[in-house]
Write a protein that binds this ligand. Structure first.
Ligand SMILES: Nc1ncnc2c1ncn2[C@@H]1O[C@H](COP(=O)(O)OP(=O)(O)OP(=O)(O)O)[C@@H](O)[C@H]1O
Length: 292
């Protein structure tokens, strides 16, 4: 079992933005979802943990060892799929993976070939291995991203907003691939898509303004709202009034009507219907409470 432990991690950028504010968390094997709105600090946390930028203060331990003291130790066991993979050179997936494998220190050519072939099959890209990566579709590029992150058999991988922009079929395929990968290693998935976390992750945390607001199992956390989430269709013009009177945690346009979810211990007013809470309700409820 691998364990990543973060103790009191803070990070302030030179422009004064405090992107991480005293974060402490323990993460073990499996898929861990990091949920938060834009600007919450998810990418900053991932980049800091991946040793791509200095931590300001605090400690990061991987399997009991302090990684800042020996960054090369963690670099050799981690894989990273950034939000923007950058410019893809006009070389085939096969050649690019081989090249990245060399950079990751897999010097034995037989071992390299074996790993590259295995990963191309695992990510369903074997058929397309001779095509240039820059000509791949969005989903194929993301699967390629996972293949490169898995080179060198990492024990810990970071995946930043991987399903943004993928069509539903590619998203499913990608999520299945991630859950397969996440069985024996730590996979930290940063996203603002609640469904990705609900479908995949056994553990999660909600981040906002550089802090971890809460962590736990998605189903257990969601069940805290049992009997407390009410929905009602209203006129768009009424939204402001409802927001003033009740704890409206979300509002959505559905088929031209506005559907609101309200958190309340009892029936807020006539016309509301008690619903089964979703992780999205829990997420919005947590963010709403944090803003108070
Ligand atoms: N290199 C940087 N220099 C200065 N400020 C930064 C830098 N990177 C991020 N920030 C700021 O730090 C805060 C956290 O940003 P971060 O990108 O970590 O959030 P995020 O949760 O990943 O959001 P997103 O989903 O939009 O990427 C934001 O206010 C952002 O503007």
């Amino acid at each position: 079992m691998n364990q990543l432990e973060i103790r009191n991690l803070s990070k302030t950028y030179p422009n004064g933005v405090k992107a991480l504010n005293d974060i402490s968390i323990i993460i073990k094997n499996g898929m861990f979802g990091l949920l938060g709105p834009n600007g919450a600090g998810k990418s900053s946390l991932m980049r800091t943990l991946a040793m791509l930028q200095d931590a300001g203060s605090g400690e990061i331990l991987f399997n009991g060892q302090e990684v800042q003291k020996k960054p090369e130790k963690i670099r050799s066991v981690l894989g990273y799929l950034p939000q923007e993979f950058g410019v893809y050179p006009k070389v085939s997936a096969l050649d690019l993976l081989d090249h990245i494998a060399v950079l990751k220190g897999i010097t034995d050519s037989g071992q390299r070939r074996e790993q590259v072939q295995f990963l191309l099959r695992q990510t369903n890209l074997y058929e397309h291995r001779k095509k240039a990566v820059h000509s791949y579709s969005g989903g194929m590029k993301q699967r390629f991203g996972i293949a490169q992150a898995l080179l060198g058999n990492p024990k810990l991988i970071f995946v930043d907003e991987p399903t943004a922009g993928l069509d539903p079929e590619e998203r499913n395929r990608f999520l299945n691939l991630l859950s397969e990968v996440g069985e024996n290693i730590i996979v930290i998935l940063s996203t603002h898509l609640v469904d990705d976390v609900f479908e995949l992750c056994s553990q999660m945390a909600i981040m906002n303004k550089g802090q971890i607001l809460i962590q736990g199992n998605p189903t257990t956390l969601t069940s805290r709202l049992d009997g407390k989430i009410w929905s009602k269709k209203i006129k768009k013009s009424e939204l402001g009034e409802y927001q003033r009177q009740l704890q409206v945690i979300s509002s959505k346009l559905i088929a031209g009507e506005t559907l609101i979810h309200v958190q309340s211990e009892h029936l807020p007013e006539a016309g509301f219907e008690l619903i089964q809470p979703s992780l999205e309700d829990f997420y919005f409820s947590t963010l709403t409470s944090a803003q108070k």
